[in-house]
Structure formats: C-alpha cells, structure tokens
Design a protein around this ligand. Structure first.
Ligand code: PLP
Length: 403
C-alpha cells in the first residue's frame, strides 16, 4: 500500500476497476529499463538500442499471447503502443473513420454504431466525429442489465454499418458482452469491429484472431501493470490514419519514442495474467459473492445492478435507494476506498451515463455504489468491508430518521 497511506490509516481498497495496484513482479521487470538498460528502442546502431528493441519485442509477444493475437507462430498482428486506453480508442475510432470516410461515395454518411454506456473515451470521440459531420452515430439499445440487443444490432448491420464499437466489459456495472458473437455478426456484414477491452483483457478470455476482432484497445493499469501505458491491436491489413505525427515510429501510426519501462511492465503484466487469470478470477468471484451475500442479508432494500450471471468477477455494483451515496461515503471514506461514479471519467462524480442508460430511477441513481475487488483483496478485508458498510448504512438511516 502507498507510503502516503500506510503512514496514516489505510482504507480497504475496493476500487480495482478504477485502477489496480501494480504487481511487485511487474515493477521488478521494469526497474532495469529506467537505468542500465535505458536505450532508445529506435537506436539501431548500438547495443543499448538493441536491448530496448528486444525488450519491446518480448512485451509484444507477451501481450499477443494473452489475447490470441498471433496469426500463426511468430507472426503477430500490428500492435501500437500508446499512453493508455483513451489514446488507443482515439486512434482506433478517429484513425479508422478519417481513413475510410473519404473513400465512401457521397451518397451516404459513414455509419458508426456504439452503446450508450461505453466509456466516455468512446462516446465523446464518436460524438465529436458526428459533430464534424464525418459519421452518422447510431446508439444501440441496452436493457436494464446493460446487455446489448443482438437482433437490433443485426438489423442495423443489415442496413449498413461501417464501424461498430462495443466494449468487452463495462467499467461501472461490470456487464460482460458477447464479443465472440458480436465479432462474428460484424464479419458477416463486412463491418469493422472495434472492441474496448480495457476492463476485460486479463480478466476473461479474449481471442482477437480466432473471434475476428478488427481493433482491440487495452491498458496496463487495470491488470496490475503501469499507468500511462496501453496498446491497440490492429488486424493485419486494416488501415488507420495516424493521429500523432513525428518520427514515423510504429509504422508511422504513432510517432514518439517508446516508453520502454512501461511497455516492459505491460508485457509482464500480460504474461502474469495469462498464467494466473483463471485462478485469480475464480477466487475474486468467491469473495465478491460473499460480500454480496452479507450485504443482502443486512440491507433488505439492496439492489445489485448489472447482469449478475454475466459480470466481471471483481464487480459489485449496488444501489441503496433510501440512502444517498454522498451521505454513506461520508461515513465510509476513512475506512473503505470505493466509487460512486466511474473514476476514469474525471474528478467529478456526476450522475452516471451508464446508470441512466440502464434506466435506474432517481433514488437508485443517488444511492449507487461501485465496489470492485481484485487479486490482492483478502477474505479478512471482505468481512471488515461488510461490517463497515452495514454499520454506515444503519448510521445513515438513523440520521435520516428512517428507522
Ligand atoms: N475504457 C474503459 C472501459 C475504462 O474503464 C477506462 C478506464 O480508465 C478507459 C477506457 C480509459 O483508460 P485509460 O485510463 O488507460 O486511458
């Protein structure tokens, strides 16, 4: 835990969907690349450069292995290293639309479809492209669990879609989407499919090559790797327009000196996830289920949001309609680190577009809490967290004179 927090009182961390602590083994792998092995991966004329370039190749293999991005042994799909998922998403959406939109005949607009509960990095980019007059934006329906309507998707594909952007799992309610089925549908109708895998890669199986995904974004800080380092995997033959110009690095698609320590860390995090994901996620789901059961036993009005049979193992999204979350957080803050909105949006915890999209009523919206667990969460922390939450709930009810 952080030196800052451990010096004081340390709240139990239940905000893994905002960011995960870095695995100490990832840090260990990164450290040499800050000092002795500090070369620039583009320096082709000396050993320092070769060492850095080799480390990047190794990280690419580790990442490709996690998400099945090898065409056949030794041959990978192009992989663009970025500063995180937000940049990967911008490169995917803007890069694809700006490359392909001018090639359309003038009879129709480029059609881009997405879900209303995607991360803001997707939604705001898509809306900006719409404002620029480059795309017709289609917002697909979701149900009360946040699930997609596959029949509606197929109807839209039949009418002609050029690009489909659907996340693999939602960052607030944890709903997991049927990516394999969606990729197959998109392929059947010759539509490019971009998948934001930020919350899902390393937590659930994703098979880029086998499922036929066109573009896949991911980020290090959701899988026990470093912040500020992510990637976009691009299906071989897919053309994108660069968004950052300069020295022509990375096939000219993303200029800039590579962040070698960060990339090494992301690669190591992927290797660890490939080896440990299954066991870690099963354990995390057990702890999550225990927490949910304890809260349900003591808080009769508790609502569990999202798609319970198909949600991320570490996600527990709740609403307590009679108690506004700001009041509850007042009691909880010193003891529990959790979220009332999604931290990745900004410092502002405005009412969530995800919860509005699934149709929560005003009380359920005001009483919403996201708890998210991960591989370092312990059984003892879960028991304590349940005690703290139940106690805070009772204090809040007493304050509101509800009991
Ligand atoms: N997409 C999703 C689903 C996320 O949860 C996040 C959260 O941070 C992002 C994109 C943005 O990722 P990054 O922080 O790496 O830019």
């Amino acid at each position: 835990m952080s030196a800052f927090l451990s010096a004081k009182h340390c709240p139990i961390y239940l905000d893994y969907q905002a960011s995960t602590p870095m695995d100490p083994r990832v840090l260990e792998a990164m450290l040499p690349y800050f000092q002795g092995a500090f070369g620039n991966a583009s320096s082709a004329a000396h050993a320092y450069g070769h060492e850095a370039a080799d480390a990047i190749k190794q990280a690419a293999r580790q990442l490709a292995n996690l998400v099945d991005a090898n065409l056949h042994p030794g041959v990978q799909h192009p992989l663009i290293w970025t500063s995180g998922a937000t940049e990967s998403i911008n490169l995917a959406l803007q890069g694809y639309v700006r490359q392909h939109q001018p090639l359309l005949d003038n009879q129709r607009l480029f059609r881009l479809a997405t879900l209303p509960l995607e991360h803001k990095a997707v939604l705001d980019t898509a809306k900006m492209l719409e404002r620029e007059g480059l795309v017709e934006l289609v917002l697909l329906d979701v149900n009360a669990q946040g699930q997609i309507d596959l029949q509606q998707l197929e109807r839209e594909l039949k009418q002609g879609l050029d690009l489909l952007a659907i996340m693999a799992a939602n960052n607030e309610i944890g709903t997991i989407y049927p990516v394999q089925t969606i990729a197959k549908l998109a392929q059947d109708y010759d539509c490019a499919f971009f998948c934001d895998g930020s919350q899902a890669v390393g937590k659930i199986p994703i098979e880029f090559e086998n499922w036929g995904i066109t573009l896949l974004a991911l980020t290090g800080h959701k899988i026990y790797g470093p912040k500020g380092c992510g990637a976009l995997i691009v299906r071989r033959g897919t053309r994108l327009k660069a968004q950052i110009y300069g020295g022509g690095h990375q096939h000219g698609l993303r200029s800039g000196t590579l962040n070698v320590p960060g990339i090494v860390g992301l690669g190591e995090a992927c290797a660890l996830r490939a080896a440990e994901m299954q066991a870690d996620e099963a354990h995390t789901a057990q702890l999550r289920d225990r927490l949910q059961a304890r809260l349900q036993a003591e808080i009769p009005e508790l609502m569990v949001n999202g798609d319970q049979p198909r949600r991320l193992a570490g996600n527990l999204h709740l609403s307590i309609p009679s108690v506004p979350n700001d009041l509850l957080v007042g009691y909880l803050q010193a003891h529990l680190a959790l979220s009332t909105g999604s931290a990745c949006t900004s410092g502002l915890e405005a009412s969530s577009h995800v919860l509005s999209a699934i149709g929560l009523d005003a009380n359920a919206l005001r009483g919403a809490l996201r708890l998210s667990l991960g591989k370092f969460t312990t059984a003892a922390e879960i028991e304590q967290a349940a005690d703290i939450l139940i106690d805070a709930y009772q204090q809040a009810r007493a304050k509101l004179r509800l009991d």
